[in-house]
Ligand binder design. Sequence first.
Ligand SMILES: Nc1nc2c(ncn2[C@@H]2O[C@H](COP(=O)(O)OP(=O)(O)OP(=O)(O)O)[C@@H](O)[C@H]2O)c(=O)[nH]1
Ligand SMILES: [Mg+2]
Ligand SMILES: [Zn+2]
Length: 158
Amino acid sequence: MQAGQTLVLLGSSGAGKSTLTNALAGAAQDTGGNRAGDSRGRHTTTVRSLHVTAQGACIIDTPGLRTLRLDGEADQLGAVFDDITALARHCRFRDCRHENEPGCAVGDGVSGERLRNYHKLLREARRDTLTALERKAMVSQWKARGRAARLRMNAKRG
Ligand SMILES: Nc1nc2c(ncn2[C@@H]2O[C@H](COP(=O)(O)OP(=O)(O)OP(=O)(O)O)[C@@H](O)[C@H]2O)c(=O)[nH]1
Ligand SMILES: [Mg+2]
Ligand SMILES: [Zn+2]
């Protein structure tokens, strides 16, 4: 690591990002012990910060990642898989799902592995949207139940 280089530390909480930052840049970042019972961290660091090493390199310490999941919409995938998007215009069916349909230009035009990756990410993106909707439905159900319970209580009290 030399002047002009920047290093970003990413990883789950307790991985030792702040400990490395302190060792490499002489910083004074708080470091946290791991939770008793399992070896997970305690999310000690809560904000990003930049530090300079004696050699002049930069180190960015970050809060531990909580979850790693696909961040984006299903239709944004089309921009990443632009080869598939372009080929899809030549499929026989306009709503072709590129899963063994006859006259599918995508199946013929890209490798099996690329198509599998595309479908995998598409499934993941859709599952994410679904759970967001489901969560919303669940919250409104809870609210309705709470309201009903309050009404019953008030009726009892007269
Ligand atoms: N034995 C050992 N312990 C380490 C090492 N690196 C870090 N630790 C310990 O692991 C614990 C967590 O280290 P941190 O540097 O706070 O971890 P972090 O990645 O910054 O965690 P968050 O800020 O929660 O995201 C601390 O108790 C450190 O002392 C290592 O190389 N060896
Ligand atoms: Mg930290
Ligand atoms: Zn197709």
